[in-house]
Write a protein that binds this ligand. Structure first.
Ligand SMILES: C[S@@+](CC[C@H](N)C(=O)[O-])C[C@H]1O[C@@H](n2cnc3c(N)ncnc32)[C@H](O)[C@@H]1O
Length: 290
C-alpha cells in the first residue's frame, strides 16, 4: 500500500469511528427500542443459526446496543456459554453493557475496532453480525482478523444489505431530500457504509482473500414493519438525511425536508403501519482447521 492509499485508509477509519462515536451512535442509542423491533426478524435468524451450531462462545461483530449479543447470551446461558459483543462506538457499547447488567445474562462487550483489535486467537466457536461488518476501511484485513479470532471449524454468519436498488425503502429519504440538501454526501459503491457488501462477488473474494472457506452467500428477503407514528422519528434521526437534519439550523428548511420526505414514504404506509422488504445477504463461511 502506498502513502496515499494509507492516508485514505486512515481517513476513512477516522471518519467511521467519529460517526459511530458521534451523531450516528447517539441516534442509534436514542432509537434503540424502535430499531430492535424493526430488526427483530434478523435477531431471530442469527439466534437460530447459533442454536443450530451448538456452540459455547460467540463473537457478535459491530454489536451496537447489544440486542443480538443479549439474545445469543440468553440462549447460551443454560449451556454455560457466553457471547462477546465488539463495537467501535462508546455510547452504543455503554448502552449494551447497561442492558446486559440489568438482565444478568452472560454477555460482555469490547469497545474496539473489530478490524484491528487483538482478540485472543482461536477463542470463538462462532462469529455473527447483524449489519455490523460493512464499515471497515480494509474488509480483507477485518475478516482476516475475525478469522484469526475464530477456532478451526468455527462458522461465520453475518447479515449485510444487498444493493440500494433492491432496498428502495432505505434510500427513499435521501432521494426525496437530495434537491433540498445539496451538501448531502453521495454514497460511493463499495465504500464503508450500509451498502459496502452489496456486491456478492466482492464479498466472496473478500472472504476468500481473508482465509475463510466454505463460503456460502444467500439472499434473504425479510418483511419488516414499524408503527407509522414512528416514521418521522426514524428518518429525522437515522441515515444520511437524519444525520444532515441533526445539524440543520434553518427551521423552515428542516420542516420542508420533513414534509417532502414523509410524502415520499407514502407508498410504504399501510394504515397505522409502515411495511417494507429488507433485501439482504446471509453471509456464511467457516474458519479453516489449522
Ligand atoms: C448498523 S449498526 C448495527 C448495530 C447492531 N449490530 C444492531 O443490529 O443493532 C453498525 C454497527 O457497527 C459498528 N461498527 C462500525 N465500524 C466498526 C468497526 N470497525 N469495529 C467494530 N464495530 C464497528 C457501529 O458502531 C454500529 O454499532
Amino acid at each position: 500500500m502506498d502513502m496515499t492509499q494509507q492516508q485514505q485508509q486512515q481517513q476513512t477509519e477516522a471518519e467511521q469511528a467519529a460517526l459511530w462515536n458521534g451523531r450516528a451512535g447517539h441516534a442509534w442509542v436514542d432509537a434503540q427500542e424502535l430499531l430492535d423491533a424493526i430488526l427483530r426478524p434478523f435477531e431471530d435468524r442469527l439466534v437460530d443459526e447459533v442454536r443450530a451450531g451448538s456452540v459455547q462462545r460467540v463473537l457478535d461483530v459491530g454489536c451496537g446496543t447489544g440486542a443480538t449479543t443479549l439474545a445469543v447470551a440468553r440462549l447460551l446461558a443454560g449451556a454455560r456459554g457466553s457471547c462477546v459483543g465488539v463495537d467501535i462506538s462508546q455510547p452504543m457499547v455503554a448502552a449494551a453493557r447497561e442492558r446486559a447488567q440489568q438482565e444478568g445474562v452472560p454477555a460482555s462487550f469490547i469497545c474496539a475496532d473489530a478490524q484491528r483489535h487483538a482478540f485472543e486467537p482461536a477463542s470463538f466457536d462462532m462469529v455473527i453480525s447483524r449489519f455490523g461488518v460493512m464499515f471497515f476501511d480494509s474488509p480483507v484485513q477485518a475478516f482476516e482478523n475475525l478469522r484469526q479470532a475464530a477456532r478451526g471449524g468455527a462458522l461465520l454468519r453475518a447479515l449485510a444489505w444487498r444493493s440500494p436498488a433492491e432496498n428502495p425503502f432505505m434510500t427513499t429519504a435521501e432521494r426525496a431530500a437530495a434537491p433540498l440538501l445539496p451538501n448531502m454526501p453521495a454514497r460511493q459503491p463499495g465504500a464503508p457504509g450500509q451498502f459496502a457488501l452489496a456486491d456478492r462477488e466482492r464479498v466472496s473474494s473478500i472472504l476468500e482473500e481473508s482465509g475463510w472457506t466454505g463460503i456460502d452467500i444467500q439472499p434473504m428477503d425479510v418483511e419488516c414493519a414499524m408503527p407509522e407514528k414512528d416514521l418521522n422519528g426514524y428518518f429525522t434521526r437515522l441515515g444520511p438525511v437524519g444525520l444532515m437534519l441533526q445539524e440543520e439550523p434553518d427551521e423552515r428548511k428542516r420542516a420542508q425536508v420533513i414534509e417532502t420526505v414523509r410524502a415520499a414514504f407514502e407508498p410504504f404506509v399501510r394504515g397505522d403501519e409502515v411495511r417494507f422488504t429488507a433485501a439482504c445477504w446471509l453471509i456464511g463461511a467457516q474458519a479453516p482447521f489449522a
